[in-house]
Ligand binder design. Structure first.
Ligand SMILES: Nc1ncnc2c1ncn2[C@@H]1O[C@H](COP(=O)(O)OP(=O)(O)OP(=O)(O)O)[C@@H](O)[C@H]1O
Ligand SMILES: [Mg+2]
Length: 275
């Protein structure tokens, strides 16, 4: 479990706080999407979860390990894996397999086990066959999948993606989202930062940030149906939610239609009833 208690963070004394009194509990196997306008504090918050930043006030515990204590950092970073938007910053190996082996290679595991982890991770992201390639020869999307393989090879308990899908083509994006679904089923907790509201719909729980605070915490359906609230924060609701809200008064908002499939069924019913 991740516990964030009364977390505030200020980058520099003359700046306003980037995070203000955040309280949050993240359980095992939760699939959370974190949304919010640019500058609302999403990256600052998640950087606290593997001790890349330490609180100005409050505290964070990862499975009972306080991030304030530097002796806990190795274990915390093993448990909490992160992938960022720019994969170039995360590549360390001279070849794809060396890159993925880097993390588990530092865990004192037998080399057979490291090899198995590398193979499994590359299979999961669809990069089998790329083992000997130099990472710089990979496309942007392939590099992002490599960064994800590097994270998976560490077998983390919590996975955080900070806009990691934003530069992927639709097929790679779908692959990553499917992997996230599989990991969640296996009991791994996911925290996914995205500006893509269709991606956000796949989460169990959505956290909405504004001005360094969590201003809403609920199911994807509840939070993403709040079109006016999202727009006031500079966010776009999912396209289907926007479409259905414009079809008011023909459409009852309580029905909470959010996906293409749901909208298709609803519109077919109207057409059938008005033949
Ligand atoms: N290193 C830094 N020094 C000073 N201020 C910073 C630093 N990094 C971020 N900030 C500020 O902290 C606030 C929160 O930034 P953060 O990067 O957490 O936002 P975000 O929600 O991740 O935004 P985006 O969607 O654009 O990635 C912003 O006002 C930002 O300008
Ligand atoms: Mg950010």
């Amino acid at each position: 479990m991740i516990e964030v208690k009364n977390l505030s963070y200020t980058y520099q004394p003359h700046l306003p706080p980037a995070l203000l009194n955040i309280n949050l509990t993240i359980g095992e196997g939760e699939y959370i999407v974190l949304i919010g306008a640019k500058g609302s504090g999403k990256t600052t918050l998640i950087r606290h979860l593997n001790a890349l930043l330490l609180p100005s006030c409050g505290e964070i515990e990862i499975d009972g390990l306080n991030t304030e204590e530097s002796k806990n950092h190795i274990e915390i970073r093993r448990k909490v894996g992160m992938v960022f938007q720019n994969p170039d910053h995360q590549i360390v190996g001279m070849s794809v397999e060396e890159d993925v082996a880097f993390g588990p290679g530092n865990l004192n595991l037998p080399s057979v086990e490291v090899g198995q982890r590398v193979k499994r991770a590359l299979e999961m992201v669809g990069l089998s066959g790329f083992e000997k390639r130099a990472p710089y020869t990979l496309s942007g999307g392939e590099k992002q999948l490599l960064a994800l393989a590097g994270l998976l090879s560490m077998e983390p308990k919590y996975i955080i993606l900070d806009e990691a899908t934003s530069s992927l083509d639709p097929a790679s994006k779908e692959k990553v989202l499917t992997i996230l679904d599989q990991l969640k089923t296996g009991g791994i907790s996911i925290i996914h930062i995205t500006h893509n509201m269709e991606e956000a719909l796949r989460a169990d729980r959505v956290l909405l940030m504004g001005n360094g605070q969590i201003i809403a915490d609920g199911t994807a359906r509840d939070i993403l149906n709040e079109t006016e609230k999202l727009k006031a924060l500079g966010l776009s609701p999912p396209i289907i939610v926007e479409l259905m809200s414009r079809l008011h008064p023909y459409y009852d908002k309580q029905k909470s239609i959010m996906t293409v499939d749901e909208a298709t069924a609803e519109i077919y019913t109207w057409l059938e009833n008005n033949k």
